[in-house]
Design a protein around this ligand. Structure first.
Ligand code: ATP
Length: 344
């Protein structure tokens, strides 16, 4: 493993901030720690960078133990690059000089490396510009190139897009992912923004109270959350009451559903079943109806909040040409691909 975090613990006074934190990255992996404010993401990143001592566990970079109860390799000896939220470019240096700043090779090699990175970040025409002449997104790409220039063993990104507007964030996350893949860099980002994490990472660790709740690719995180916390935190959805009928099937107000695998609950047990907006399909011909309580128009679709006859609510993602008013009853049916249920 290229980065191995094993059983890391950290406290501030009585407060446990990292609690037996463990995960690992293979070379070339792009991972993301995703969690709400205070879940310990930045502390984890700072411990890996070498800005923070830990109280327990071990951190290895490649073959080297950089941190355990006997060892502490200081930040400047870890060969780890960092990209922060605020770009932190040198205002008095040109873009090319900013990128070359950390390079200690010959002038020709420096020039070649800077040219390659300028191409990679699609800013070759701005080599002689100053940071204030660039947009926020362009500045962040220069900051990325500067961190990549010395070919770090690992690149750490701390909420790198949070000062940018929402649309730019997702685009830049995809662009940065491509750049990191071309350079073959192993990277770890922290963010609280799920779209950003999904656009950027091969694998995402959902953090809660200093621990990883689930370490998985974006698709299973959304469709197969392993804990109730992850089911709640990732994506939209509601928990609907259901009753286990046998070891694979569940009775719900929206119908009878059998999963592909056993759900593991005893017959008769009352459960909370996760229903995503894309599991509820609107169809004028459907037998079951629900009343529109509220709606959010998102351009390509609506998210309708619907009330079922029992009073239970579900969300439905409906293409935007199906425009219905609040108070109207619309036909729906359930199309569940994965059965996610938790004990009520
Ligand atoms: N130097 C410090 N001294 C005391 N408490 C700290 C210190 N640094 C962080 N904490 C506490 O540790 C907890 C985790 O902080 P951390 O910054 O790692 O969380 P985070 O998930 O990155 O949150 P955010 O998204 O808000 O940055 C918080 O409760 C924070 O108040």
């Amino acid at each position: 493993m290229w980065l191995d975090v094993k059983g890391v613990g950290k406290r501030y006074g009585d407060k446990i901030v990292l609690d037996d934190l463990s995960f690992s990255l293979k070379i070339g992996d792009i991972a993301c720690l995703l969690g709400s404010s205070g879940s310990g993401k930045t502390t984890a990143l700072r411990a890996i960078a070498g800005f923070e001592h830990v109280d327990a566990g071990q951190i290895c970079l490649g073959e080297q133990v950089v941190c355990d109860e006997r060892t502490f390799v200081p930040a400047h000896e870890r060969n780890v690059g960092m990209v922060f939220q605020d770009h932190a470019l040198f205002p008095h240096l040109t873009v090319a000089d900013n990128i070359a700043f950390g390079l200690s090779c010959s002038k020709v090699q420096k020039q070649q490396r800077v040219e390659r990175l300028l191409d990679l970040i699609h800013l070759p025409q701005h080599a002689q510009s100053y940071p204030h002449e660039l947009s926020g997104g362009q500045q962040q790409r220069v900051a990325l190139a500067r961190s990549l220039a010395p070919r770090p063993k690992l690149l750490l990104l701390d909420e790198p897009f949070s000062s940018l507007d929402v649309e730019l964030r997702e685009r830049l996350a995809r662009e940065v992912r491509e750049i990191l893949k071309v350079e073959g860099v192993t990277a770890l980002m922290v963010t609280h923004d799920q779209q950003e994490a999904f656009a950027m990472a091969d694998v995402v660790g959902v953090m809660n109270h200093g621990r990883i709740e689930q370490w998985d690719a974006p698709y299973p995180l959304y469709h197969e959350p392993k804990t109730r916390y992850v089911a709640d935190f990732i994506g939209q959805g509601v928990f609907m009451t259901g009753v286990a009928e046998n070891e694979t099937c569940i009775d719900l107000e929206l119908g009878h559903y059998c999963g592909k695998e056993a759900h593991g609950f005893a017959a008769g047990q009352t459960l909370n079943v996760l229903i995503r907006p894309d599991d509820v399909i609107h169809d004028d011909q459907a037998e079951q109806t629900a009343v529109v309580k509220s709606k959010v128009f998102r351009g390509t679709d609506f998210i309708y909040t619907l009330i079922l006859p029992s009073g239970q609510e579900v969300l439905a993602q409906v293409p935007s040409h199906h425009r219905h008013d609040v108070g109207e009853a619309i036909g729906i049916y359930l199309d569940l691909d994965h059965l996610i249920a938790f004990e009520k």
